[in-house]
Design a protein around this ligand. Structure first.
Ligand code: PRP
Ligand code: URA
Length: 210
């Protein structure tokens, strides 16, 4: 595995991922699980945030203690399915802003079709974490990074719940400098570009559209 790919094998993430894969998990529980997994993954993906020491007065004495050193984050979900990951992340980092990028995969060509992009105005000051549960062929993730790079963010990370080896290779070949956080690298893509064993269509399962 490439050194910039982090497989988050925390037991809570892996347990929740198993429930997410289950075809009998309904939309309500699916949404809750996506949000919980995103929060746990965000905890890991923000490990390198810099800290600074400050003084704080406890009821007993003055303590020297640490706070995050002014790092500004932006979460950028890829619509639609990435929306399911926003709540968990923003609960953890309430000061973060949220950009949106609209892409859908053409079912015939499997190529991403771009339909929306709205970023915070101060992107050059922000570290971006892109959110999408699925990295399949990698087309959507690569297109999202290309769009976001035009806004000159300080840095970009990519966070997905499942990755296919094919898409991971496409992405890391295109952007070796961008860290990828995932809960699993599955076996392969099928002929329709779905991850095997995967979890099915993430957008449809989150929003109940099938
Ligand atoms: C899914 C998923 C990713 C994309 C991954 O979105 O959420 O964005 O497919 O596939 P890729 O790596 O082959 O590009 P989809 O196109 O189904 O749109 P939706 O989220 O609106 O359902
Ligand atoms: N998009 C999904 O939602 N699921 C897959 O398995 C592949 C792409």
């Amino acid at each position: 595995m490439k050194e910039n790919v982090f497989i988050l094998n925390h037991p809570l993430i892996q347990h929740k991922l198993t429930l997410l894969r289950d075809k009998n998990t309904g939309s309500k529980q699916f949404r809750e699980l996506v949000s919980e997994i995103a929060m746990l993954m965000c905890y890991e993906a923000t490990r390198d945030m810099p800290l600074k020491e400050v003084e704080v007065e406890t009821p007993i004495a003055i303590a020297r203690s640490k706070v995050i050193a002014g790092r500004k984050l932006a979460f950028v979900p890829i619509l639609r399915a990435g929306l399911g990951m926003v709540e968990g992340c923003i609960n953890l980092v309430p000061a973060a802003k949220v950009g949106h990028i609209g892409l859908y995969r053409d079912p015939q060509t499997l190529k991403p079709v771009d339909y929306y992009c709205k970023m915070p105005s101060d992107m050059p000051e922000r570290d971006v974490i892109i959110l999408d549960p699925m990295l399949a062929t990698g087309g959507s993730a690569v297109a999202a990074v290309e769009s976001i790079k035009r806004y000159n963010p300080k840095s970009i990370k990519f966070m997905c719940i499942l990755a296919a080896p094919e898409g991971l290779k496409v992405f890391t070949d295109a952007f070796p400098e961008i860290p990828v956080y995932t809960a699993s690298v599955d076996i392969k893509l099928n002929d329709h570009g779905y991850i095997v064993p995967g979890l099915g269509d993430a957008g449809d399962r989150i929003f109940g559209t099938k």
